[in-house]
Ligand binder design. Sequence first.
Ligand code: ZN
Length: 316
Amino acid sequence: MTKYFIGLDVGGMSMKAGLVDENGKIICKDTCVTAPERPYAEVVKDMYELCRKTAEKGGVDFESVAGVGIGIPGTVNSEKGTVTYSGNLNFVKVGVLKEFAKHTRVKTFIGNDANCAALGEARFGSGGGKKNAILVTLGTGVGTGFILNDRILEGNDGAGAEGGHICIRINGEKCTCGERGCWEAYASATALIRQTERALEKYPDSIMHDIVKEMGKVSGRTAFLAYNKGDKAGAKVVKDYVKYVACGIINLVNVFRPDVIMIGGGVSHEGDYFVKMVEKIVRRHSFGGSNNKVPPVVRASLGNDAGIIGAAALAM
Ligand SMILES: [Zn+2]
């Protein structure tokens, strides 16, 4: 008999649940608003209600599912089942699993949402089931998730795995975390836009100006579009940005030497050629060069479903 799991991906705006089989396939999905300004017990009750509804939508009795996994943005202590801090959800030191268990007897697990996405990608996505995989998400910030020996790396009280805030330049660019020189301040889509804006000022003849006019704004794509049309200033922005992305990855490779590095987030949609450019630098500059095994750098493949599938994988 097929085993079914529920994966729940909770965000500040909405939560998404999926009925997932043991092969990581989503049978059906459902969603509802989170409304985190309410008392947290009400939010947890809605989490339960959404899980139950999603199971029923897929024709499965909720109490018969093999397990529920919940991905939460913030610092999560998965062993204790508590959330230390989640700014998006307005949760401070709350026992989510204990509250959830008031509604059901189904075995339930929680984890940080980025870690869940990494687990989903590693097991059922571009990681191809490899035991050691790192997911790097290049979006508004730089998110990282580490799967080592098939387990999520959480660190003390779930506060580890914040690879976006490793320092790549002393006294460098200001980061959203309050520190300076973090990888995120150079390799996020936000940082790429800032780098593009500076190049626009410096190179008045660049075709990036035409692209901005046409698109109506500077975006993470501006420099890439110009680069692909042979623009020199665009090429400089792209090549520098690729170096920044690769720099952080090389640091991670030197510490963890995973089997595979997976890149997700908005910037990864630029395509395989971008990922290949990053991989080339990682290959050249990782410790030991070609004498050591250098992990391939690949594009994440599950997209927005990684959170649901990975949350479900917590319970597998
Ligand atoms: Zn930072």
